[in-house]
Structure formats: structure tokens, C-alpha cells
Design a protein around this ligand. Structure first.
Ligand SMILES: Cc1cc2nc3c(=O)[nH]c(=O)nc-3n(C[C@H](O)[C@H](O)[C@H](O)COP(=O)(O)OP(=O)(O)OC[C@H]3O[C@@H](n4cnc5c(N)ncnc54)[C@H](O)[C@@H]3O)c2cc1C
Length: 457
């Protein structure tokens, strides 16, 4: 018996975990292959429920599943991948706390490092917007909103108060729409606890560069979504780009400057920066180009999948960056990797996604599953059923189910545990610049209110 083949999987998200789980199932008692999964987090984050975490409907830990509880035979390393040397076939990893480094040689390498926010060169976006991809992002989103309410409740300047109570979401894809809808629900709930703000308008703006929301869904579903969000009081701005962001305002094109301290960025993703460093063919979006077998052409033993890969769709174009696709790709990479080692034929990736559902708040959702369109309460019930079932363990399904029950019966949790996030009247930096431009007569954006103020008296 020779040395076992060393397989390294980089990334413990949907793609990496699916690869590892499928390898584990296929390998059973075969010890000629040693599989190690390296991930910055020692858990899988179930992103479809991130908006629910942000508004406190579901506890953060309940949308995460420890990798070690799902993998028995695969070794899990919680570490940061800091370098990949394709020539020497070595990956360097670092433990975040100690900084201790390891160099791991491999025979087969699976790139499943996911994506990061892409700011498309928008000035100030990286510095001043809040991302919405990680658990920390969800916690920060919630803390920011509550902090804005706390500050607005004691602010005497009406202009600053209005800016504090204006929230902007950039991007009208799934993430942006679900976040905006969840925020609308949360703002409505929060308002009840701030009598000082009873007569204030809350502004929630959803800016999307395209002509319609949820471009992945049919026109009808997008139109339904638009109507519903507008009915909730969300100011939806189509064909509108966020062209600049500062600490105290955002510039919309067209639209002008809108004073706000809170801009959420859901306007696009780019592959993990580590992928950028690799001398591999990339798509225009920077993803690693793979063939139909999910192998990187010209590099034996190298595979890429999920959000960091451009996977060709036999029907044209490439597969979208979704968890659903990433999981299916993981199963295929595991199969093809073992087939390569065993000299068996490889399979091509040809998957018809089941569909998509987007939660729109207020017990409403929209989507398409197996070609059937759903909207309203039935879609929302389907959303909850499908995503609850998709949580990888019974333990998490039970916990999320109980969270939903508690959320429907109990008042929201409005504690503010984070340090104050919004610094007002700094008078320095780009914020001051944009605010000053506005004072000099730059067009000012005043959206409709999320809620009309209650009647006087
Ligand atoms: C808010 C939100 C909602 C979404 N909703 C849906 C939905 O409803 N349905 C759907 O199908 N898709 C949804 N998606 C998209 C889905 O989450 C992604 O397509 C999916 O996560 C991609 O899987 P992945 O494994 O490629 O990347 P990820 O799941 O992002 O995993 C990447 C992994 O790499 C690790 N990693 C990254 N860099 C390093 C490093 N340097 N060192 C070590 N480890 C590293 C990370 O820790 C992580 O484990 C949503 C995404 C978001 C943000």
C-alpha cells in the first residue's frame, strides 16, 4: 500500500461541504484517499435565512451547522488559506488567532472559496456600505438599524433625524429584495418602541440598476414583487445606480444625493480575492473557467466550483451563483475526482435548477419551482417549508421552527449590544464633501415614507 492520495478542499460552504460529504459517502472504508477540508469558518452558513437573522426572527447559531457534525472521515481544519502554489502543488494555511502557518502538499485540489461583494468601482462603497454575506454582516445590519433609531430618538436636528431614519439597499436581486422586505417588517416593529419617533417618516429605498427586480424570475413575478414592496412603503428605484457613498449620504444616478447613514450593499458579487491571484483562465467576472466536468483545463487534479467558478451551462452561458447549483456541483466534483483516480469515465454537469423563491416579508413570497409560479401566502408557506427542509440537520430544523414560532408570538428583541455605529457631525472625510455639495444645491432625493405618520392628536 502506497501513500494515500491527498485531496484538499478549500472552502466549507455549500460547494466545499457537498464535495466533502459526497467523497465521504463514496470512499467509505477506502483509506487510499485522505481528504482534508480547510475553511475560515468551522460551520456552514445557511445564507437563505440570513435576512431572518438580521431582523432577529432566527438566532444566528441556528442558521449555521458545524462542519464536524456533518463530516466524520474528512479532516476539518479551521484556518485561513493564505496562498496557493499551483506549480509546487502546495497550499499555505494560517490559523487566524496564532498566525501559525502550515504548508499542505496535495495531489488533488478543489477550489470552493465562494465570493465576496463586488463594488464595481463605486466610490466609497467598500468603506461605507454594509455587506450582507456573513453572520457578522447580519449582526451588524441589525445593530446599525437599532443604533440609528436610538440616535434619532434623541436627535433634535430634523435633517439629521431624517438621515438616521433613511435606509438604502443597493441591488434588486434576491439578496437585496429579501433584505429590503425583511427590513421593512423590522422597521415597522421597531417603531412601536420609540414614541419620540411616532410622527417621523421612515424611508427605505431599494435602488436597482436594471429595469426590473429579480431578473432571474419571469416578468410577472418581478411585477408582483414591485407592487408588493411599493405597497409596503419601500421606495423602489429601478434603472438607478448607486454612484457614490459617504458616511452620511448616498448618491443615486439618476436621483441625486440622499442623506443617510445606512447603505446595504447587495449589488453584486465577485469571486474570492485568492482566486484572483491564481494564474488561471477567468471569466469576465473573475471566476475560474472550468470545463463541463468542473476540471480546470490544462491543470491536472485541479477542480473549481460554486461561486468562485464559471461553470458552463449546456443551454448557454454559465450557471448562476446559487447554493442550489453549488451543492449539485459538489456532488459532481466528488464523483469526477474519484473517477479520475480510478480511471473511470467522467460525467458532465447538466443540471436543471429546481427554481427559486424569495421571501417578501408580511407572510408573502414569490418564486418559480419546477416551472410553476407561486406568489403570496402560498409562496411564503412553500418558502418556509422548502428552506426548513433544506437545513442540513434535524437539530437546526427544530431550532429554526421554534424560532419562527417564538417570533410570531413574542415581541421583537430590540436590545442594542453593539458599540454606537453612526458617528454624527464628524465634518471630515467624503461624508462632509457630499453633504456640502448637497448644501450647494445638488439635487436632493426625498423618497416617500415607509409609513405615513400617525394622525395628529
Ligand atoms: C443573503 C444571501 C441569501 C442567499 N439566498 C440564497 C437562496 O435563497 N438560494 C440559493 O440557492 N442561494 C442563495 N444565496 C447564494 C448562496 O449563498 C451562494 O451561491 C453559495 O453560498 C455559494 O456556495 P460556495 O460554496 O461557492 O460559497 P460559500 O458558501 O460562500 O462558501 C465559501 C467558503 O469558503 C471559505 N473561505 C473563503 N475564503 C477563505 C480563505 N481565504 N480561507 C479559508 N476559507 C475561506 C468560507 O469560510 C466558506 O466556508 C444567497 C446568498 C446570500 C449572501
Amino acid at each position: 500500500m502506497g501513500e494515500p492520495t491527498r485531496v484538499l478542499i478549500l472552502g466549507g460552504g455549500f460547494a466545499g461541504l457537498a464535495t466533502a460529504r459526497h467523497l465521504e459517502r463514496q470512499l467509505r472504508s477506502d483509506h487510499q484517499v485522505a481528504v482534508t477540508l480547510i475553511s475560515r469558518d468551522n460551520f456552514l452558513l445557511f445564507t437563505p435565512m440570513l435576512a431572518e437573522v438580521a431582523i432577529g426572527a432566527v438566532a444566528p447559531s441556528h442558521v449555521t451547522v458545524p462542519l464536524r457534525s456533518l463530516l466524520r472521515r474528512v479532516q476539518v481544519w479551521q484556518a485561513e488559506v493564505s496562498a496557493i502554489d499551483l506549480g509546487a502543488r502546495v497550499v499555505t494555511v494560517r490559523h487566524a488567532a496564532s498566525g501559525h502557518e502550515h504548508r499542505l502538499p496535495y495531489d488533488q485540489l478543489v477550489l470552493a472559496l465562494g465570493a465576496v461583494s463586488s463594488y464595481h468601482g463605486v466610490s466609497g462603497a467598500a468603506e461605507y456600505t454594509l455587506g450582507f454575506k456573513t453572520l457578522a454582516d447580519a449582526a451588524q445590519a441589525r445593530a446599525r438599524v437599532v443604533d440609528c433609531f436610538e440616535q434619532a430618538a434623541i436627535e433634535t436636528d430634523p435633517a439629521i433625524r431624517r438621515a438616521l431614519l433613511t435606509f438604502v439597499v443597493a441591488g434588486g436581486g434576491y439578496t437585496g429584495v429579501e433584505l429590503a422586505a425583511a427590513l421593512a417588517d423590522f422597521l415597522r416593529e421597531l417603531r412601536r418602541y420609540y414614541p419620540a419617533l411616532a410622527r417621523e417618516r421612515l424611508h427605505l429605498v431599494l435602488a436597482h440598476h436594471g429595469p426590473r427586480l429579480l431578473e432571474e424570475l419571469p416578468e410577472q413575478a418581478a411585477a408582483y414583487t414591485l407592487r408588493l414592496l411599493q405597497r409596503e412603503g419601500i421606495a423602489v428605484r429601478l434603472r438607478t445606480a448607486v454612484s457614490r457613498v459617504a458616511a452620511d449620504c448616498v448618491e443615486l444616478s439618476p436621483g441625486g444625493v440622499l442623506p443617510t447613514h445606512t447603505v446595504f450593499w447587495a449589488a453584486g458579487v465577485a469571486p474570492n480575492p485568492l482566486v484572483e491571484t491564481l494564474p488561471l483562465p477567468k471569466s469576465p467576472h473573475g471566476a475560474v473557467v472550468v470545463d463541463a466536468h468542473l476540471a480546470v483545463p490544462g491543470h491536472s487534479g485541479l477542480w473549481a466550483l460554486g461561486d468562485c467558478a464559471a461553470v458552463p451551462n449546456p443551454k448557454g452561458g454559465t450557471y448562476g451563483p446559487t447554493a442550489q447549483n453549488a451543492e449539485r456541483e459538489g456532488v459532481l466534483v466528488a464523483h469526477n475526482l474519484l473517477a479520475t483516480l480510478r480511471g473511470a469515465p467522467l460525467r458532465a454537469f447538466d443540471y436543471q435548477p429546481m427554481g427559486m423563491l424569495a421571501s417578501l416579508g408580511q407572510h408573502r413570497a414569490v418564486g418559480q419551482v419546477f416551472g410553476w409560479q407561486f406568489a403570496g401566502l402560498s409562496a411564503w408557506l412553500l418558502w418556509r417549508t422548502v428552506y426548513l427542509a433544506k437545513l442540513p440537520t434535524a437539530d437546526r430544523r427544530l431550532r429554526v421552527g421554534l424560532d419562527w414560532l417564538a417570533d410570531s408570538l413574542l415581541p421583537p428583541n430590540i436590545i442594542n449590544t453593539a458599540a454606537p455605529q453612526v458617528a454624527l457631525r464628524s465634518g471630515v472625510g467624503p461624508a462632509a464633501g457630499l453633504a456640502a455639495r448637497q448644501d450647494r444645491g445638488h439635487p436632493r432625493e426625498v423618497p416617500e415614507g415607509l409609513h405615513a405618520p400617525p394622525p395628529q392628536g
